[in-house]
Design a binder for this molecule. Structure first.
Ligand code: DAK
Length: 260
């Protein structure tokens, strides 16, 4: 499939999706959101993809937010549709069976920060910057920034970011638990691929169901979340992978998982 605003490649179990609008710092316009929706729908059903890397083209920006030049022309109804559709895209990423590593190579602002937060794990370049600057445009975050951010970093830090609207460095984002790792920009993709390879060496069904249990469980009270975990745990005992994983451990060899 050809995309006008994305670069998509597949190699050794890894799908790399690069948002490719460097002239506008990879800002998200409706066309890009539609393409993101399509590519993640495709990836969800691909058995040859175990991990996704999501990044931005160039060295300056992951995504500098929603495209302000296009957003400025929105009617109320278009804003509603853009918001609802975009929230669906982020939910699709969050609920993708495979883990998604956000590879934050520069500015992750507004909708870009929100897109990053929909990923499972974030690796950021030391040059990256994060922020929710929407109040400076007279609007509020619309892709879950007022909801995912407090859940990730806590209420007060989220309020500081959203109400003051200033950017923070990758190091600060690491300190507040917004990103998992910060690495030099030059080594960013290698660090992401190394992390992806570690995930790919594990039982694929276990990886997918663990992601699902964590995401769905966060929406439940602890008691029901643990009941969900017990069910998912038990289902794992029906797989060839768990037989192979445990047998390989006892035979002191590396497991060969088949994803069955
Ligand atoms: N949209 C469109 N173009 C953008 C852009 C953006 N978000 N960010 C940058 N650009 C463009 C610039 O206009 C410039 O274009 P030219 O002038 O070259 O044609 C080019 O990218 C390079 O940018 P700068 O010249 O500004 O580069 P600097 O290094 O000087 O500054 C910067 C980099 C990232 C600090 C700056 O570009 C900046 O502040 N950008 C805007 C960041 C921002 O405010 N982001 C939040 C956007 S609001 C909704 C759901 C979601 C959202 C809204 C509604 N619904 C529920 C309805 C999301 C909202 C947002 O994300």
């Amino acid at each position: 499939m050809e995309y006008a605003n994305l670069l998509v490649s597949f190699s050794e179990g890894i799908a790399t999706v690069t948002i490719n609008r460097p002239k506008s710092l990879n800002a998200l316009n409706p066309a890009t959101m539609r393409e993101l929706s399509a590519v993640f729908e495709d990836i969800a059903s691909r058995k040859d993809v175990g991990v996704v890397l999501l990044t931005g083209a160039g060295e300056k920006a992951f995504v500098a937010g929603a495209d302000i030049s296009e957003m400025r022309k929105f009617t109320t109804l278009e804003a509603f549709e853009f918001g609802l559709f975009g929230q669906g895209v982020l939910e699709r990423i969050e609920r993708l069976p495979q883990p998604v590593i956000g590879v934050v190579n520069g500015y992750a602002l507004g909708g870009g920060c929100e897109l990053a937060m929909a990923c499972d794990i974030l690796i950021a370049a030391d040059t990256a910057k994060f922020g929710q600057p929407e109040v400076g445009l007279g609007i509020i975050p619309g892709y879950g920034g007022t909801q995912r951010l407090p859940r990730l970093v806590g209420r007060n830090l989220a309020k500081e970011l959203v109400l003051i609207g200033e950017m923070i460095t990758a190091q600060r984002a690491y300190e507040i638990g917004l990103v998992n790792r910060v690495v030099p920009l030059a080594g960013l993709m290698d660090a992401a691929r190394e992390m992806a390879a570690k995930i790919l060496s594990k039982g694929p069904i276990a990886v997918r169901t663990a992601k699902m249990a964590m995401n769905r469980g966060l929406d439940l009270d602890l008691s029901n979340a643990c009941a969900l975990e017990a069910n998912v745990f038990a289902v794992g005992f029906s797989t060839d992978d768990r037989v192979e994983g445990m047998t390989a451990f006892l035979e002191k060899r590396k497991p060969v998982f088949t994803g069955k």
